[in-house]
Design a protein around this ligand. Structure first.
Ligand code: IMP
Length: 196
C-alpha cells in the first residue's frame, strides 16, 4: 500500500519535484485534493515557526500527515534579516524589485556581503514532528544580474558558482537550491522510514 501524505501547497512544480524524488511507494496529495482551500496561517516570528504552523494546521484540521516549507534570505551583516520577512521586506506590496532595492541600500558600503537562502520543511505525522533544513551560502552582489527566477535571485551569487540564481536556467537552480536540499533530506527520511 502506498504511504499517503499531504504537501502543503498547490504549486504543481513543487508537487512534481517531490513526486519524482519520492518514487512510486508514496501518494502525495495537494491541498486542493484534500479540500483545503483556506489560506494557511503564517504568523510566527521565524522561518521554522511558519513551516511548523502550516503543517500543524493541516494535520489538526484534516487529520492527515502533512509537510510544509518556508524559506527566506538571511544576510549576515543585517543579523539575519530579511529572514522570515523576505517576501514583504520593503512593504505589503510584496514587490521583489522594492525588496532588492531596500536590501542593496542597507548593504551600501558594507564589505561583509555574506548571505544564505534557507528552507525549513516540517513534517507533522502521527509519529511526531520533524524538520529538514536546506541552506545555500552565497554573496549579495551590488547590482542585479540575470532575469530568471524570482525574489532575490538577481543579486544572489551562490558560493562556488559564477552565475547568480537569476542567470541559471531553472533546472540548474533547482539542482542546488535550498528548497531542493531540504526536499532531498525529507525524501531520504521518508524513503528510509516507509519506502519499500
Ligand atoms: P517562501 O516561503 O518560499 O514563500 O519564500 C518567502 C520569500 O523568500 C519569497 O517571497 C522570496 O522573497 C524569498 N525567497 C525564498 N526562496 C527564494 C529563492 O529561491 N530565490 C529568491 N528569493 C527567494
Amino acid at each position: 500500500m502506498k504511504h499517503e501524505l499531504v504537501i502543503a501547497s498547490n504549486n504543481r512544480h513543487k508537487i512534481e519535484e517531490m513526486n519524482s524524488l519520492l518514487g512510486s511507494s508514496f501518494l502525495l496529495k495537494s491541498l486542493a485534493e484534500i479540500g483545503c482551500y483556506e489560506e494557511l496561517p503564517e504568523t510566527q516570528a521565524s522561518i521554522a515557526g511558519n513551516s511548523l504552523q502550516k503543517a500543524q494546521y493541516v494535520y489538526d484540521h484534516y487529520g492527515v500527515a502533512c509537510f510544509a516549507d518556508d524559506s527566506g534570505l538571511e544576510v549576515e551583516a543585517l543579523q539575519g534579516e530579511p529572514g522570515v520577512h523576505s517576501a514583504y521586506y520593503a512593504g505589503p506590496q510584496r514587490s521583489a524589485d522594492d525588496n532588492i532595492r531596500l536590501l542593496l541600500e542597507k548593504l551600501n558600503r558594507q564589505s561583509n556581503r555574506k548571505a544564505q537562502f534557507k528552507t525549513i520543511i516540517t513534517l507533522v505525522e502521527p509519529e511526531g514532528v520533524q524538520s529538514f533544513e536546506g541552506i545555500v551560502p552565497g554573496t549579495i552582489l551590488t547590482e542585479k544580474r540575470g532575469t530568471g527566477g524570482f525574489g532575490y535571485d538577481p543579486v544572489f551569487l551562490p558560493d562556488g558558482e559564477t552565475k547568480t540564481f537569476a542567470e541559471m536556467i531553472m533546472e540548474e537552480k533547482n539542482r542546488i537550491s535550498h528548497r531542493a536540499r531540504a526536499l532531498q533530506k525529507l525524501a531520504d527520511y521518508l524513503q528510509s522510514t516507509y519506502g519499500s
